[in-house]
Ligand binder design. Structure first.
Ligand code: ITT
Length: 207
């Protein structure tokens, strides 16, 4: 049985781009969001070897520390010709200084090194977890497919957005508004981004 979320929640993320998207996604539901940063919660080490394991680890760490439900996302860019890399290591490819321009360059260099034929197919995955302090957990996963384009384009979004062109679109995530990338269509049709797609499932089950 799914559990409904009634009160406020803690956003178990230290990534400002994700936090912004969480707030925008939750805004229509009038659920108060307090961030892990606001509460001074430490950033847990991501020791899992799947998106799901890491999302659960982050959500439970925050839910137990804050004593309230916590929402976590573990996500990443999976490049077909690189056997799914960087995948769960997407944030780590940017290094301690979180340099995503270096991470995007590394993706391009690795594709060139293996002489990957174009188009360079890739997808984003978002594993969303709500965990409660009493150990109840809800899990949802969203995915969006597309191709990688270089050089990076646009200043919107975060992370690998400037190199990702979702299928069926002529502009990449880095060039899209927040509403285009992760808005929830009022008519119930499928949202575009991986995180918004996972959130649609979460909303149906828990909100
Ligand atoms: P938290 O664990 O604190 O939430 P993080 O940045 O470490 O923050 P992840 O371990 O889930 O989060 O790393 C996912 C990385 O994948 C993230 O840093 C981005 O670089 C990339 N990514 C995920 N979703 C993305 C999106 O919508 N657009 C662009 N890049 C994205």
């Amino acid at each position: 049985m799914h559990r409904k979320l009634t009160g406020p929640l803690v956003a178990a993320t230290h990534n400002a781009g994700k936090l912004r998207e969480f707030r925008e996604l939750l805004e229509p539901w009038r659920i108060a969001v307090v961030s892990a940063g606001d509460l001074g919660l430490p950033e847990p080490e991501e020791t899992g070897d799947t998106f799901e394991a890491n999302a659960k680890l982050k959500a439970f760490a925050a839910a137990r520390a804050a004593k309230m439900p916590a929402l976590a996302d573990d996500s990443g860019l999976c490049v077909e010709a690189l056997d799914g890399a960087p995948g769960i290591y997407s944030a780590r490819w940017a290094g301690g200084s979180k340099d995503f321009s270096a991470a995007m360059t590394r993706v391009q260099q690795e594709l060139l090194a293996v002489k990957a034929p174009r188009p360079w197919r890739a997808h984003f995955i978002s594993a969303l977890v709500i965990a409660w302090p009493d150990d109840h957990v809800e899990y949802f996963e969203g995915r969006v497919d597309g191709t990688l384009v270089f050089p990076p384009k646009g200043n919107n979004g975060f992370g690998y957005d400037p190199i990702f062109l979702p299928d069926g679109h002529s502009r990449g995530f880095g060039e899209m508004s927040a509403e285009e990338k992760h808005g929830i269509p009022a008519d119930g049709s499928l949202a575009l981004s991986h995180r918004a797609r996972a959130f649609q499932m979460l909303a149906r089950a828990c909100l």
